[in-house]
Design a protein around this ligand. Structure first.
Ligand code: MV4
Length: 452
């Protein structure tokens, strides 16, 4: 096992990783920006290093400084969390070159899946269902148009370097296509440094269902069933749950097998997620693979009793996935809500500032992952998520009731949060009945501005 792990992240995930290390008896190093000096991840880590000014490009994204921090403190491994450097093949390679273990997949695996057009091609070659579309990336607008005409309108143009919805555009007909295609290429170039795009048929009302997988270095690779992440706003997930209300046992097995097949093919090591789009008729399509632990991993943890972060560390240290992974059925029902420091009535604009009063909910089946506390100042520089509340119950109804009482049990003053908005969402008839898809928030009038 490792002796000392540096956590190259901040916020609730940094705390989450520190807790896992404590359980494993491994020392921890926190790194922090100047804006994060007075935070819990710094307080709870055994050692800490300031890595630069507040903007993340100067701190949490600064590879040489983070590597230096690991070397100075004698850390033998780095956990990247999610976001920041979690899916940087370059960072993974730099760790290897510095004799530091990266807790995650190999640089090669990150590259293979990071190129979404390549991942799609790989899935297709393996016989996984993929949305009808281009064979790879397309540069020529005329060629792209003929592909679009062939698969039928509307189509979606996606950035190969994107993922998670960045650099995506829908084109409804041939009149708008040329412009959309050019815009998508420009956006992609500006955002990712690559103009490469590919084309898919646009599915009108799919669900987003993803399979959690975990692989070790000894050839064992298992899936831990699904999470339904259909409630999104601008490609940010708001609510996730498991099991998916839209999945039959038969389709669940097919989707799980498909995820394992794709990940096994590249010899995947660590925690990962294979994303699918699911249609109302049960048909599903491979979308992309994320090569990291995700924000919503506690949903799977509550439903399986596994500790995915501890398992990531064990696998990275060369341990085998234990037999506990062979019985991975989802127990009961689990729902997670992401609480953001945002004003839903003002187009979800960030609401940084000092939290003057803070009280957490609790009770049976409730877990809250948060890094904030009374007196904490939410900085304006980073993601606005301040807490995740996860509710587990024997049935979906019980989980929903527990979530409802938990959201009512928060007292947060000094900043605006999305809690009132989340309460309206979980009490919406379509959410209560589990009938949610991509367009749910667009359809659900009144959720954003109750006074209107
Ligand atoms: C799609 C799609 C429809 N058709 N692809 C990709 C990234 C993810 N964040 C959303 N993505 C989508 N890809 C095709 N071919 C619709 C979405 C989508 C979506 C999917 C599930 C749940 C919510 C969504 C919100 C916006 C877009």
């Amino acid at each position: 096992m490792f002796k000392k792990i540096l956590i190259a992240n901040r916020g609730e995930i940094a705390l989450r990783i520190i807790r896992a290390c404590r359980e494993l008896g491994v020392d921890t190093v926190a790194v922090y920006s100047e804006a994060d000096r007075d935070t819990l991840h710094v307080r709870f880590a055994d050692d800490d290093v300031c890595i630069g000014p507040a903007p993340s490009r100067f701190s949490y994204l600064n590879i040489p400084t983070i590597i230096a921090a690991a070397e100075i403190t004698g850390a033998d491994a780095i956990h990247p969390g999610y976001g920041f450097l979690a899916e940087s093949a370059e960072f993974t390679e730099t760790c290897a070159a510095s004799n530091i273990n990266f807790i995650g997949p190999t640089a090669e695996q990150i590259r293979q899946m990071g190129d979404k057009a390549n991942a799609r091609k790989l899935a297709q070659e393996l016989g996984l269902p993929v949305v009808p579309g281009s064979a790879g990336t397309i540069e020529d607008p005329d060629e792209a148009l003929s592909v679009a005409e062939e698969i039928g309108w509307p189509v979606m143009i996606k950035a190969a370097a994107g993922g998670g919805g960045k650099g995506m555009r829908v084109a409804t007909d041939r009149e708008v296509f040329a412009q959309s295609f050019q815009l998508a290429r420009n956006e992609s170039l500006a955002a990712f440094g690559s103009a490469d795009v590919y084309i898919e048929k646009f599915l009108e009302r799919p669900r987003h269902v993803e399979i959690q997988i975990m692989g070790d270095r000894h050839g064992r690779l298992v899936h831990l069933n699904e999470r339904d992440c259909s409630i999104q706003r601008r490609h940010q997930k708001l609510i996730e749950e498991a099991p998916s209300p839209g999945l039959s046992e038969e389709i669940r097995q097919q989707m799980g097998d498909a995820a394992v097949k794709a990940a096994k093919h590249i010899g995947y090591v660590g925690a990962g997620t294979v994303e699918f789009l699911l249609n109302g008729d049960g048909s599903f399509y491979f979308m992309e693979m994320n090569t990291r632990i995700q924000v919503e991993h506690p949903v799977t943890e509550m439903a399986t009793s596994l500790d995915l972060v501890k398992e990531q560390i064990r696998v990275a240290a060369g341990e085998k996935l234990g037999d506990r992974f062979l019985v991975s059925k989802l127990r009961g029902h689990t729902i997670e809500c992401r609480v953001n420091a945002e004003d839903a009535a003002r187009n979800f604009q960030p609401s940084p500032g000092t939290i003057t009063t803070f009280h957490l909910p609790g009770g049976p089946g409730i877990r809250v992952d948060t890094h904030v506390f009374q007196g904490y100042e939410v900085p304006p520089y980073y993601d606005s998520m301040i807490a995740k509340v996860i509710a587990h119950g024997n049935t979906r109804e019980e989980a929903l009731r527990r979530m409802s009482q938990a959201l009512d049990g928060f007292i947060i003053e000094g900043i605006k949060t999305t809690i009132p908005f989340l309460k309206r969402v979980i009490h919406h008839p379509d959410f209560e009945s589990g009938e949610v898809d991509t367009k749910f928030l667009e359809r659900a009038n009144g959720l954003l501005n109750p006074q209107e």
